[in-house]
Design a protein around this ligand. Structure first.
Ligand code: ATP
Ligand code: MG
Length: 419
């Protein structure tokens, strides 16, 4: 248990407020997992919370939250949320629904019971009370943990319409916690999956990171596909995955398997690699199309396709610049990796994105075999051998492929003919 979270709980409690740990940290602790972050909820208002902590920042427009900052750890403190239902016929001024039932505004304070009803899944609505060390379970979360069941609180369709991201969360928790989605909570998902189009692309980027970089990316991906959510997120790739066992399927599954392995052994991963992989075959397809139908050469076709595919993807999922530029580099280096003559091979090794591009090539080679695999193998060897062996490798390459012989160095200055 986080010491900082305890400090926050006790400070609130000692000042006469109710204070609970809630959500993921209670759930994970009960499952015997290390909680990732700690959320606190209280009957103190954001202003009252701010009055108690010097290290407090108030954030959020839709619902004001307090962040208590302890160096790198942030404890999030929220005031109990109340009901947002329209009272009789008059729309409550503090809540607003869009045409398809999405909750647009939601900022009413309430009681702890109301707060519990506002949460998404029964396993996420358990409260640990610092006053008497008890757990309040308002929605049957304890039983759901025993049954390994992800179940929405309330009417599933209404709750998904209020916030379609809950469909992604259902899948994420099912995969991450090795549970199943209850029949009633699973039923509406395929039907309502198109509502994902109403979620801002920036929010979806955050969700995608949580979905695919949880260490259970492959399992999550399979559930996303099963529930027709994947096609909402990656509309260009999804149609290429319809044929089970195709190279596209193998590629995607291998990327996720590798990513999961890296995460679970504490290695670094970049979302750019996954995005580059998820758009690679759409890119190749678009490039082919531009060459055949548009009569473009490979260079122009590739660059145009690259922009097209990226542009279409960010309509759904915003990709921050620092990642999109890496994605482009990984793609462009795929065209440069076959060209190894002379100094090019050495320059390639120095490229800041060489490692990512090489890993990407290796993966393509493993799936497609043939020349791609040979090329990847060549680069594997080239990195491992010493300098004189590198020279030999390059010389052999030149002989095999009939490349240009080393040109004798020309004199820089041509001797001027004397007049
Ligand atoms: P994680 O381990 O991924 O952090 P978590 O359950 O803590 O899981 P958070 O996104 O940190 O997830 O949210 C904290 C709590 O806030 C949840 O447990 C849930 O009670 C509530 N919550 C979060 N998102 C929603 C949502 N979209 N709708 C309703 N309640 C939500
Ligand atoms: Mg959390």
């Amino acid at each position: 248990m986080s010491e900082n979270a305890l400090k926050v709980l006790y400070r609130l409690h000692n000042n006469g407020y109710q204070a609970y740990l809630v959500g993921g940290c209670v759930r994970d602790a009960l499952l015997g997992k290390d909680p990732k972050d700690f959320d606190v909820t209280t009957d103190a208002t954001p202003e009252q919370i701010k009055g108690l902590f010097r290290n407090c920042r108030l954030i959020g427009r839709r619902f004001r939250l307090a962040h208590i900052v302890f160096g790198r750890e942030i404890i999030e403190v929220a005031t109990f949320r109340g009901h947002h239902e329209n009272s009789d016929k008059t729309e409550s001024k503090d809540s607003k629904h869009s045409d398809h039932g999405q909750l647009m505004r939601d900022n009413v304070f309430g009681s702890i019971e109301e707060d519990a009803q506002r949460r998404d899944f029964t396993i996420n609505a358990m409260y640990y009370n610092i006053a008497d060390y008890s757990i309040s379970d308002f929605a049957g979360g304890m039983q759901a943990i025993k049954n390994k069941e992800i179940a929405l609180i309330g009417d599933p369709e209404t709750r998904y319409r209020e916030d379609p991201v809950r469909m992604l969360r259902a899948v994420r928790f099912a995969a991450k916690l090795d549970m199943h989605i209850s029949a009633t909570s699973a039923e509406p998902i395929k039907r309502l999956a198109p509502l994902m189009a109403n979620i801002p692309p920036a929010r979806l980027f955050e969700e995608i990171l949580k979905l695919l970089l949880s260490g259970q990316g492959l399992a999550t991906y399979k559930l996303l596909t099963e529930f027709h959510l994947f096609e909402q997120l990656f509309p260009q790739l999804a149609p290429l995955l319809l044929q089970a066992g195709s190279r596209e399927n193998q590629f995607v599954e291998q990327v996720l398997t590798n990513t999961d392995n890296r995460i679970n052994t504490g290695q670094r991963v970049t979302p750019a690699f996954i995005f580059a992989a998820f758009m690679w075959y759409p890119l190749e397809e678009r490039c082919q199309q531009l060459m055949v139908e548009g009569g473009l050469n490979h260079f122009d076709g590739f660059n145009l396709a690259l922009n097209d595919v990226m542009h279409r993807q960010i309509q759904r999922i915003m990709i921050p610049k620092r990642f999109s530029s890496t994605i482009r580099e990984i793609w462009q280096l795929q065209n440069r990796l076959p060209r190894r003559y002379g100094r090019r091979a050495y320059q390639m090794l120095e490229h800041p994105k060489f490692r990512a591009a090489y890993d990407f090539l290796l993966l393509r080679g493993q799936i497609e075999g043939g020349q791609l695999l040979e090329l990847a193998q060549w680069w594997t060897d080239f990195q491992e051998v010493d300098d004189s062996q590198r020279k030999t490798m390059l010389e052999e390459l030149r002989k095999q492929e009939g490349g240009p012989a080393r040109r004798p160095r020309r004199n820089r200055k041509k001797p001027k003919p004397k007049a």
